[in-house]
Design a protein around this ligand. Structure first.
Ligand code: MG
Length: 219
């Protein structure tokens, strides 16, 4: 069988599981957000700050994806998430829907209204794999260089929101934030863009307002 056909079949099987997850979460009234970025852009930190800000307003669960270690799940738990589960992919560069299905079986979904899935740090592979999410968020940061949307267009094309993090470092780096926004909107004109600093808290109110305004159908 040609390799392309096999790859299409694997993705179709993944999408079928993702559809089951989406249905199961919808029946429980849970909204799910798939958070993606390069390593070090601030996925876990954004989730920590978000959990702290939305405490008392919404009950948050996190599926934490990493190649190895449970360090990030421990941070998420300490930040106050109601339910946390760690997936270690042992080398795989992205999460797949069957991993999410198995992870969700390990937590009490009756305690969750808003579910974050922190994907593996990678701007390529995660863009192709549906996980049953309602929204996809890509984070990029001012320390990464300002060509990310142009270099990794698919990630920006599939996302509903773009978070530009580490705004506090902008005076110290050669980063053209207007260029990043222009590139991203040229790929995906419907992208909602949030400029934030997880360190100072700048911009996090607008981000949290957007999260609370889901299901993001026209976002
Ligand atoms: Mg992380």
């Amino acid at each position: 069988m040609p390799k392309v056909t096999i790859a299409q079949q694997i993705l179709a099987a993944n999408d079928a599981i993702a559809a089951e997850i989406r249905q199961a979460l919808a029946e429980r009234g849970i909204r799910a957000v798939n958070v993606m970025s390069a390593p070090g852009a601030g996925k876990t930190t954004l989730l920590e700050r978000t959990i702290e800000r939305l405490r008392g307003q919404v009950s948050i669960g996190v599926v934490e994806g990493d190649i190895e270690t449970s360090a990030d799940a421990e941070r998420i738990e300490a930040a106050g998430a109601q339910e946390t589960v760690q997936i270690n992919t042992r080398g795989a560069c992205h999460l797949e829907a069957h991993m999410i299905r198995d992870a969700l079986a390990q937590i009490d979904l009756s305690r969750v209204n808003l579910l974050f899935i922190e994907n593996i740090g990678n701007l390529v592979c995660p863009a192709t794999w549906e996980l049953g999410e309602d929204a996809r968020v890509v984070i990029t940061s001012t320390t990464e260089g300002d060509e990310k949307p142009a270099k990794y267009p698919q990630m920006f094309a599939v996302a509903q929101a773009l978070v530009i993090n580490k705004l506090d470092l902008l005076p110290y780096v050669d980063y053209d934030i207007e260029k990043v926004k222009r590139q991203a909107l040229a790929i995906n004109p419907r992208l909602r863009i949030f400029e934030v600093s997880c360190r100072t808290g700048d911009g996090l109110d607008a981000w949290c307002d957007w999260l609370m305004s889901g299901p993001w159908k026209d976002a």
